[in-house]
Design a protein around this ligand. Structure first.
Ligand code: PLP
Length: 367
């Protein structure tokens, strides 16, 4: 406790001396970037929707301390983390399974859905990096266009379900468009669709909204699986920690596909995640900063005559149709990493919301 107090004191004194708000200094200075150590000037990372401020101060302390126990397995720590996650999501411990990032959960649900051959359905423009193995596992991909306002088209997805459909993926909020489904409509959709197939809802970005997770619905519905992650709001992308929420029987089924469920998580990541769940102040600060910087960035992009989709996340989807220069060259020349064109029609791209300073640099770069 004393160490923690001293640490926080040091951080506060250091930040006051530098004239920053204490919160800003939790952001990794670019000159100390461990992931890009070889570049003279590490890039501004606006590509992967990471949290530019995290990990949280409490997570940093817990992770640093836990390093000394890395010679031990985390048998005693995983149940504590599972209990804390279950509590946060208003479910029981047996409704949770941990993964090394939600990517492990995505892969697992993919394998689970492919146990019986057939097809799976997702929006045409959504988070789909994880779906390549589907074909190999014998599942055919069916895509459904987004609505005009770039939302998951739930009625159209419902219509696309046939007797061979094994799984439907709904990213909510949707990556890359940042749109969210109306809660009541999504619940009705789930009620209908889970009569026929597994509905897999990815809530990686739900913490950037005021919306409540659908976690509680899983308890009574064995065909609904939700995945969440510590990579975004909690700033632990590199630590790799995500989880599944499902009915206990479904968690049991998923567990049969793993030799040792939960064991892919390191104790350092588990300790960081556990501490993060208690760092409410940090979460509120990240939420507020993201809202403020999002507002600024959308205003600036709109001034440049670039249409933006209202965002319920930590990234912005916008159209380059009216942009006269080579957007990606501008980014490259200014050492900024962005993404790609997701939809040719309208030239839609996505940018992650970094710190205010980073977004000011981004806007200056594309002006
Ligand atoms: N789901 C969505 C919608 C994402 O955008 C990402 C990463 O960007 C992931 C899942 C995977 O995240 P992780 O494996 O870090 O939890």
């Amino acid at each position: 406790m004393n160490n923690r107090r001293n640490w926080l004191k040091q951080v506060s004194l250091g930040t006051l001396a530098l004239g920053f708000s204490p919160f800003e200094t939790f952001a990794n200075p670019r000159s100390e970037n461990y992931v890009y150590p070889d570049t003279d000037k590490s890039p501004i990372l606006l590509r992967s929707n990471e949290n530019p401020y995290g990990p949280s101060p409490l997570a940093r302390i817990a992770m640093t301390k836990s390093v000394n126990s890395s010679n031990r397995y985390g048998w005693n720590l995983y149940p504590q983390l599972i209990t804390a996650i279950a509590k946060k999501n208003n479910v029981s411990d047996h409704n949770i399974m941990l993964g090394a990032g939600s990517t492990e959960i995505l892969d697992l649900v993919l394998q689970y859905s492919a146990l019986n051959k057939g097809n799976f359905i997702m929006a045409e423009t959504t988070y789909d990096y994880w779906t390549d193995p589907f074909e190999k596992l014998g599942l055919k991909k069916i895509t459904v266009p987004l609505t005009k306002d770039k939302k998951n088209d739930l009625p159209a997805i419902l219509k696309a379900i046939d007797s061979n459909t094994k799984m439907i993926y709904i990213c909510n909020p949707n990556n890359p468009t940042g749109t969210i489904c109306d809660r009541e409509k999504l619940i009705s959709f789930i009620t209908e669709a889970t009569k026929k197939a597994i509905v897999f809802v990815d809530e990686a970005y739900i913490d950037f909204t005021k919306e409540q997770s659908l976690s509680e619905l899983t308890v009574e519905n064995k065909n609904l699986i939700i995945t969440k992650t510590f990579s975004k709001m909690y700033g632990l992308a590199g630590a790799r920690l995500g989880y599944a929420i499902a009915a206990s029987s479904t968690i049991g089924e998923l567990s049969t596909l793993k030799s040792s469920p939960n064991l892919s998580v390191s104790i350092v990541s588990a300790a960081g995640a556990l501490a993060s769940l208690n760092d409410e102040k940090f979460i509120q600060q990240v939420y507020a900063a993201n809202e403020e910087v999002k507002k600024y960035t959308i205003e600036q992009l709109t001034r440049l005559n670039l249409t933006c989709i209202p965002s319920c996340s930590n990234f912005i989807y916008f159209s380059l149709e009216n942009y006269k220069k080579d957007f990606f060259k501008q980014l490259e020349d200014h050492n900024i990493l962005g993404t790609k064109i997701y939809e040719e029609n309208g030239k839609w791209t996505r940018i992650t919301i970094g710190t205010m300073k980073e977004m000011q640099q981004f806007i200056a770069a594309i002006k």
